[in-house]
Design a protein. Structure first.
Lengths: 269, 80
């Protein structure tokens, strides 16, 4: 039986789909059979981040409503052979998902794959519930700003209330992913650091992704950053993936290059 | 804050402010988001009603890293 990993955040635009895409590819490259499922019905994005948007014929709603087989809707990624992608419907809205149909789909996927990565929609309405209620693990993505951390806290507070695992007395494993960290701003005291965020959210950290312009390039091209061997953010995602697989991996040392003036100032502070 | 900042009276850094504001905000929000508070209120009223008339009941809760507590204030009807 595979594991269901839900990538969520509360606030939109913090990098959920980017995280889901990179973790999906990372796990597939590690030899796991992975399916990435976009649950953001009506506002799908994982297709473009993965660069698979031109290959979509059917979507998850078509599968759930019996218009096609699961295998017809699954798209195989040519760069990472072990990765499959199940797109969301772009024409329907969030209410199109029915909980029992979602359960049926996810239980089938769990039998066929080692990992089911769910890209959850922003917000905490029904779409969120559908993406979390069967999760074994949750990755909560937050950027170092007040609104993102606040919304992450809210989401963490309701994961267990929505989870079936929690109802059975088990716990959803929850991990924090800090995205878009700017080391130079943390050093100058203008951005909350890793410790600050973990102190507030009180959950284990699984990844820190530095701000990296290459991520925009990667999204523009539909080639997730984890495929780029020379990028720092790509390396951060590779390490995150290893931790998800249970390996103990050091966190990247993220430091700005200090100038001479800064060094001088450092002596006095 | 560093010594230089103190000497020159510079303002505290914005990351510090973010942290402080979040802590205060979340302390409030976590309290209001307790899922069981309404049910708890009803149950307490039921129990107290066996002995006295209840006028009102207020539940406050505080939560931070080290300690969680509920403060329950029960107003009794003075004639009972």
């Amino acid at each position: 039986m595979g594991k269901i990993v839900t990538v969520t955040s509360g606030k939109g635009g913090v990098g959920k789909s980017t995280t889901a895409a990179n973790v999906g590819i990372g796990l597939a490259q590690a030899g796991k059979r992975v399916v990435a499922v976009d649950f953001d019905i009506g506002l799908r994005n994982l297709d473009m981040i993965l660069g698979l948007e031109n290959r979509i014929v059917y979507d998850s709603i078509d599968v759930m409503e019996g218009r096609c087989n699961l295998s017809q809707a699954l798209i195989n990624d040519k760069r990472a052979k072990n990765l499959y992608f199940l797109p969301a419907s772009q024409t329907k809205d969030k209410t199109a998902l029915k909980k029992e149909k979602v359960r049926e789909l996810l239980e089938t996927l769990k039998k066929d794959f080692d990992y089911v990565i769910i890209d959850s929609p922003a917000g905490i309405e029904s779409g969120f519930e559908n993406s979390i209620f069967l999760a074994d693990q949750a990755l909560i993505v937050a950027t170092p700003d007040v609104s993102s951390v606040r919304d992450a806290d809210r989401v963490i507070g309701i994961i267990d209330a929505k989870s079936e695992k929690a109802k059975d007395g088990k716990e959803v494993e929850k991990y924090i992913v800090i995205n878009r960290l700017k080391p130079e701003m943390v050093e100058s005291g203008e951005m909350m650091g890793i410790e600050d965020i973990l102190n507030i959210l009180a959950l284990p950290l699984i990844g820190v992704i530095p701000e990296d312009q290459k991520i925009l390039t990667a999204t523009n091209l539909g080639e997730p950053i984890v495929l780029d061997k020379n990028s720092l953010a790509g390396e951060a995602f590779r390490r995150l993936t290893k931790r998800l697989l249970g390996e103990k991996v050091e966190f990247l040392e993220l430091k700005s290059h200090k100038g001479f003036m800064k060094f001088l100032k450092g002596l006095f502070s | 804050m560093s010594l230089l900042d103190k000497i020159f009276g510079r303002k505290k850094k914005s990351a510090e402010a973010a942290k402080d504001r979040l802590k205060i905000m979340l302390a409030h929000e976590r309290v209001n988001n307790l899922p069981y508070i309404e049910d708890l209120k009803k149950d307490i009223i039921e129990v107290v009603k066996k002995y006295a008339e209840v006028n009102d009941i207020k539940i406050k809760s505080e939560k931070n890293q080290n300690i969680d507590f509920l403060e329950v204030e029960i107003l009794l009807n003075p004639r009972s």
